[in-house]
Design a binder for this molecule. Structure first.
Ligand SMILES: [Zn+2]
Length: 61
């Protein structure tokens, strides 16, 4: 189960830039442009909420 980052970006709620914005534009390459930061980030710098949730659940019951 390997989703590409482009597929993840189709879910707009899902991927965030390191500053927690969702206004991301895939640039068809290894970077995504954040309109709020005016900055391009590499895929690996983005926050995937699906992955983040697995450890942000700690503390919630
Ligand atoms: Zn941003």
């Amino acid at each position: 189960m390997s989703e590409s980052v482009s597929e993840k970006l189709d879910d707009e709620w899902r991927m965030m830039c390191p500053q927690h914005h969702h206004q991301l534009k895939d640039q068809q390459g290894p970077t995504v442009y954040c309109e709020r930061c005016n900055h391009a980030y590499r895929y690996e710098e983005l926050i995937d909420k699906v992955e983040t949730n697995s450890y942000s659940v700690v503390g919630k019951r």
